[in-house]
Design a protein around this ligand. Structure first.
Ligand SMILES: Cc1ncc(C[n+]2csc(CCOP(=O)(O)OP(=O)(O)O)c2C)c(N)n1
Length: 361
């Protein structure tokens, strides 16, 4: 399917270049309608504003640790746009745009990063999203299991599983890749290669020139795409999903992208990367690129963009206020969150907390 873009031959799939110009052959690939494209663009703006606001809230002491998505938006937005609402979306923790595409309220996402686990509980029949997975790689066995279950039930649902470049060094990733290959799973591995795992550069993470080529060792196809190109992300995911739906096997998509911000608000990237590098990647900003395309093709006027930004800023502020005003969880709920039957040691702890907080009967 991606024969022309074999990562082992140093090829990368791109349809929209940094000047916002589509390649001559772009129209041979699946494309969004103009309306879908505008929706994706507006969601990118909202994700960007929501992100900037979260970082600012952290500096104000109102938001604990938050992992910025800035620069990576096209990856989860383009790929989730290419799937059905009932396809499984197995996230890591840097897929805000994709969550918004599925319809998850921004306030819910903020709630999670305010420290409330309920923020990562999704109405499963509506969203088909698994919880945020902070333990790196642990979502991958779940993803291959979901794909197995859907096949077993005779459904044609596809599963997409997100992971970072650092996550590809975990055993969980490789075990999932192996099972997916052996079972010919209807699974798309989407690696957001943002060039760093906290301070560890991609080249120190693995000796293979690309992450995409690892798929071939497991018996299926891998493709490296320009992850800052919404068109390429959409087309590659659409093709991989069509293949998976016909039981023709998994695909690994490596979205070659860049984390423009810090790893989290607790990180200082100036200690391990040069400003010059950041500036070079700023030229490849996925938002700017799609904006140039939309303006050139008269799908939007430049004046409208500032209005969209202002609206998104307000949406982000309102969403955060909603999350901040969410009533505090009861002590009991916090303790009973993980276990159906709590171990005695936690029962004891809860009793002690109750006494301390004056909650005892
Ligand atoms: C099992 C595990 N080990 C270590 C960590 C600490 N940790 C948090 S994020 C991270 C790096 C992840 O890098 P990558 O997979 O490239 O994703 P990115 O954060 O760049 O999106 C690490 C090591 C963790 N969360 N889970």
């Amino acid at each position: 399917m991606f024969e022309k873009f074999d990562p082992r031959k140093g090829k990368r799939f791109q349809l929209l270049n940094e000047d916002g110009i589509l390649s001559a052959e772009a129209r041979k690939y699946p494309m969004m309608t103009d309306d879908e494209l505008l929706h994706a663009f507006k969601t990118m703006i909202l994700a960007r504003e929501a992100d900037d606001w979260a970082v600012s809230l952290n500096r104000q002491g109102r938001m604990p640790t938050y992992p910025p998505v800035k620069g990576q938006e096209a990856n989860s937005i383009g790929s989730i746009m290419a799937l059905r609402q009932d396809d499984w979306f197995v996230q890591a923790f840097r897929e805000l745009g994709g969550l918004l595409i599925r319809g998850v309220p921004l306030s819910q996402h903020y709630l999670y990063f305010l420290g409330n686990e309920w923020g990562s509980h999704y109405d499963i029949d509506r969203f088909h999203i698994t919880p945020i997975s902070v333990p790196i790689g642990s979502q991958m066995p779940h993803a291959v299991g979901l794909a197995y279950a859907e096949r077993y039930k005779g459904n044609d649902r596809v599963t997409i599983a997100f992971i970072g470049d650092g996550g590809t060094s975990t055993g969980d990733f490789h075990e999932a890749m192996n099972f997916a290959g052996v079972w010919n799973s209807s699974l798309i591995f989407y690696v957001q290669n943002n060039q760093y795992a906290i301070s560890v550069q991609r080249k120190k993470q693995t000796a293979s020139p690309t992450i995409a080529e690892k798929a071939f060792a497991y018996g299926f196809e891998g493709v490296q795409i320009d992850g800052n190109d919404l068109f390429a992300v959409y087309a590659a995911t659409k093709l991989a999903a069509e293949k998976a739906r016909k039981n023709k096997g998994p695909t690994l998509i490596e979205g070659f992208t860049y984390r423009m911000g810090a790893h989290t608000t607790a990180d200082d990237p100036s200690r391990y990367r040069d400003e010059e590098e950041v500036q070079q990647w700023a030229q490849k900003d996925p938002l700017l690129r799609i904006q140039k395309y939309l303006i050139k093709n008269k799908l939007i006027q430049s004046g409208e963009i500032e209005t969209l930004r202002k609206e998104a800023r307000k949406t982000a502020r309102d969403a955060f206020e909603e999350a901040e005003n969410y009533s505090d969880e009861s002590l009991d709920n916090i303790y009973r969150y993980t276990f159906k039957d709590m171990p005695p040691i936690l029962e004891e702890q809860l009793e002690k907390r109750r006494i301390l907080e004056g909650e005892e009967d």
